[in-house]
Design a protein around this ligand. Structure first.
Ligand code: NAD
Length: 333
């Protein structure tokens, strides 16, 4: 499968690296707007670069060779993964992806694609589709968690989730807050619950705030079941689901910073942690309800789903894809 990546920022560069690690995919190239340090590194690594139309000369005058524009990259690719800023993917769809296959990110509106996608939740709905949207980092984490809990043998009645969102990604030097807790959005429910419902038909309400950190998001989740689950059955359901890690305080996991340190110590590229980081000690049962907290590494959690979205569109069976992706990315629960 020949895969091109349009938009080479936080998500795009990680997805491009994941394609490079994936034996059944070939990276046809990446498209960028600016001839910056990321472009220079891509060139040094031999990744074919393409420019946004009109920007070719800016690249060449910076000594960065480009092989054409986005249209050239699209014509060489079976599937394009668009990882441009919110709303640009929709514009790109009309300009470049008509009659082609494209994967969009969670910053696009759901209507941009034929299906909103999470590998565990609804892989098969993307089979044979031309336009698929990988849902956002928060929605991906909630969709994985709900899918795992639904496999516990107990029926979910409703989900209530409180999201503590990182204020910015580490490199976003102009974003905040730097001394505040911001209802984000101030309205309830936040958009995350409705977004989960684009993937899983579940009763869910979400509330979110943004705080002055860059490491990860934290979710405080309450799931009510039709009957009382045992703690063991919940832990078993989570432990047996790919892309969910249960981290216990006896192993030193008491904070999000430690999860990132763990990823760095594991030698994960860029210190990325692509799994849901469920704090094992937080899992508790109150009547029919389960409470737990999970960390979400916003910069990387959607990377495996992008690879699976491509395979789903091309017809690969679900578990074949999930297992191949996790092996290629070195993921384990
Ligand atoms: P980013 O700003 O880090 O990167 C976007 C890249 O696209 C930049 O390299 C930019 O130069 C390039 N670009 C801008 N306009 C372009 C155009 N017309 N054609 C080609 N390239 C263009 O953004 P990001 O954080 O990687 O987000 C990308 C998408 O992923 C968004 O939909 C976002 O909502 C979603 N997402 C982001 C995160 C996150 O935490 N960063 C998590 C999950 C999903």
């Amino acid at each position: 499968m020949r895969v091109g990546v349009v938009g080479y920022g936080t998500i795009g560069k990680r997805v491009a690296d994941a394609v490079l690690r994936t034996s059944d995919m070939q990276l046809t190239g990446v498209a960028k707007t600016s001839p910056d340090y990321e472009a220079a590194i891509a060139m040094r690594r031999g990744i074919p670069l393409y420019a946004v139309p009109g920007r070719e000369e800016a690249f060449r005058s910076s000594g960065i060779e480009v092989r054409g524009t986005i249209s050239d990259l699209v014509s060489k690719s079976d599937v394009v993964i668009d990882a441009t800023p919110d709303g640009v993917g929709e514009e790109n769809k009309g300009k470049y992806y008509v009659g082609r296959r494209a994967v969009f990110q969670g910053g696009e509106e759901a209507y941009v694609a034929e299906v909103s996608f999470n590998a565990l939740a609804n892989y098969d709905e993307a089979k044979g589709k031309s336009y698929v949207r990988v849902v956002s980092c928060n929605t991906t984490a909630l969709s994985r968690l709900i899918s795992a809990l639904a496999s516990s043998g107990h029926s979910i009645r409703k989900v209530r989730a409180f999201l503590v969102r990182r204020g910015a990604d580490p490199r976003e030097h102009k974003k905040g807050p730097i001394n505040d807790v911001v209802p984000n959005p101030v309205t309830i429910p936040s958009h995350h619950g409705p977004d989960v419902r684009t993937v899983i038909p579940v009763d869910i309400v979400t509330v979110a705030v943004a705080v002055p950190v860059t490491v990860m998001h934290l979710h405080m989740v309450n799931v009510e079941f039709e009957d009382r689950p045992s703690r063991d059955s919940i832990i078993e359901a989570l432990a047996s689901t790919p892309r969910i890690s249960i981290l216990y305080s006896k192993m030193g996991f008491n904070s999000l910073a430690q999860v990132i340190e763990y990823a760095r110590d594991l030698g994960r590229e860029r210190g990325d942690f692509m799994e849901n980081a469920v704090f094992g000690d937080s899992i508790s049962i109150q009547g029919n309800e389960v409470y737990l907290m999970q960390g979400v590494h916003q910069e990387s959690i959607v990377v495996p789903e992008n690879i699976d979205a491509v395979r789903a569109m091309m017809g690969t069976p679900k578990w074949e894809s999930i297992m191949a992706t996790d092996k290629a990315l070195g993921l384990y629960s």
